[in-house]
Design a protein around this ligand. Structure first.
Ligand code: UD1
Length: 445
């Protein structure tokens, strides 16, 4: 089979308006939450990316009837005939978020059998918090690596169950919450993740009839006996917004994203401003609305420091991308990663392009240079692929990025949106390396 790579040429300044599709990290968990109901639900603003298509296959294998209008971005899922609680290891290996079926399957059928998603290059990514939380809710877990099977052994629980997470894990918070909504106890998740995507899941669960309230760093779930199908529009993808804002910033351009949520990106926006970019949001309008973000780039960005943290801290998923922008910012920047133990591989690839980066432990120090140079680089994960695309816009000549499967996982037509703003990104077959640009197939990713 012929592999593919991304070809990026020096681009910009990029100018334009872009519209965001739904957040990948919200739609995937919300698709699993539909297992909690019996009937037809309709989800709107659904991105057509590889992870969503895999999650559709997973739901179909469990017995759901799914139809996806990829033009209208509308997904219809009928969960009436779901009759399996085992997930094929093959699917589990392809999509980490499939672990999020465990909570809903346990809630609906009392059993769940899955293969544990392995670690990946950015970290070990264990699921111990998920499993410990399940146990507190009366579940017995059996581990036979790579398989994990679980079953509810205690339906009658104490009236209150308190689950304290060691770290505000997004996935563990979501999985535990999806089991707790159909239990007969009141569950408090302490040190819960409260990312916008977790809030979107909570909105969905409440529409279904769940009883959930939020206190500082806590989620309180009072179990109910039945949940109903829903109609819901997925929140806009804050990480896609971050990518587009950085594309305009890095190339000295401008962008307006009318449906971006400024309240989902507070620290990120402040960091762009600290670099010298002019960012305006709906909060600066007379209506003081969180909706809408515009950026006008400075021609002379300056160095800043960032440290990743759970929301509302700086999002780890935008850490690699902002590093690309810091490569040519005047002065010395520092970037500290606290969420994943090994999320610095992109630094090595950026260095191949001429960036001056030293990494010590979890901290990268970046000395701004005048320019980058096109090179052959490897994307090790989804956000690293965007990082290298952004660096490619800055770099003299052409940047060839392998590891395209990562790029395909998480976005719907992002290349098209960037190309509409004046960028040059193409998906090309490896067999065309070194041949005429005209021979590169330009297709929507
Ligand atoms: C989700 C997002 C991912 C984002 C991450 C952190 C989805 C589909 N993915 O991933 O894009 O980067 O949140 O914002 O929503 N951990 C444990 N034990 C556990 C669970 C997590 O040690 O049982 C650790 C992880 O290894 C990691 C940290 O906690 O170091 C945060 O992980 P978590 O918040 O769970 O990330 P995900 O839900 O996998």
């Amino acid at each position: 089979m012929i592999g593919q790579h991304l070809l990026v040429k020096k681009s910009g300044p990029l100018h334009g308006t872009a519209h965001l599709y739904g957040a990948k990290n919200a739609i995937l968990v919300i698709m699993t939450a539909l297992i909690l109901t019996e009937g037809k639900s309709i989800l709107d603003n659904v991105p057509n990316n590889a992870d969503v298509r895999l999650m559709i296959i997973l739901l179909e294998q469990l017995g759901a009837a799914v139809s996806f209008d990829t033009k209208a971005k509308c997904l219809t899922v009928d969960t009436t005939h779901i009759n399996k609680s085992e997930v094929h290891p093959e699917i589990m290996n392809k999509i980490r978020a499939s672990i999020l079926v465990m909570g809903p399957l346990l809630a609906r059928f009392g059993t769940a059998s899955v293969a544990m998603p392995g670690g990946d290059l950015i970290g070990m990514r264990p699921i111990n918090y998920h499993l410990e939380g399940f146990k507190k809710l009366g579940v017995e877990v059996q581990l036979q690596p790579p398989f994990v099977s679980a079953r509810v052994i205690a339906r009658a629980l104490p009236s209150h169950t308190r689950i304290v997470l060691d770290y505000p894990s997004v996935g563990a918070t979501e999985n535990i919450m999806m089991l707790a909504v159909l239990s007969n106890t009141e569950t408090t998740i302490v040190n819960a993740a409260l990312e916008p995507e977790v809030y979107d899941l909570i909105d969905v669960l409440k529409k279904m009839g769940a009883n959930i309230s939020i206190a500082p760093a806590m989620i309180i779930i009072r179990g109910v006996s039945k949940l109903l199908p829903i109609v819901h529009s997925i929140i806009p993808d804050r990480l896609e917004a971050g990518t587009l804002l950085l594309a305009a910033a890095i190339t000295g351009g401008s962008i307006t994203i009318p449906n971006a949520r400024a309240d989902h990106l507070d620290i990120f926006i402040e960091k762009l401003r600290a670099m010298g970019h002019c960012v305006t949001t709906g909060f600066e309008s007379p209506t003081f609305s969180p909706v809408g973000i515009s950026l006008q780039a400075t021609k002379t960005p300056v160095a800043i420091s960032i440290k990743t943290a759970p929301y509302p801290g700086f999002p780890t998923d935008l850490q690699p991308l902002i590093m690309a922008a810091l490569c040519t910012a005047q002065g010395i920047s520092t970037v500290e990663e606290t969420v994943y133990e090994n999320r610095m591989m992109h630094a090595k690839e950026l260095s191949k392009m001429g960036a001056q980066i030293t990494v010590e432990g979890a901290t990268a120090t970046i000395r701004g240079v005048d320019t980058l140079y096109g090179s052959n680089v490897i994307a090790a994960d989804l956000r690293a692929s965007c990082t290298l695309v952004l660096a490619g816009f800055l770099a003299e000549g052409e940047t060839k990025i392998s590891g395209v499967n990562h790029w395909l996982r998480g976005y719907d037509g992002l290349d098209e949106k960037l190309n509409n703003m004046g960028a040059s990104i193409m998906l090309a077959d490896d067999s065309f390396i070194g041949q005429d640009d005209q021979k590169h197939t330009q297709i929507s990713l």
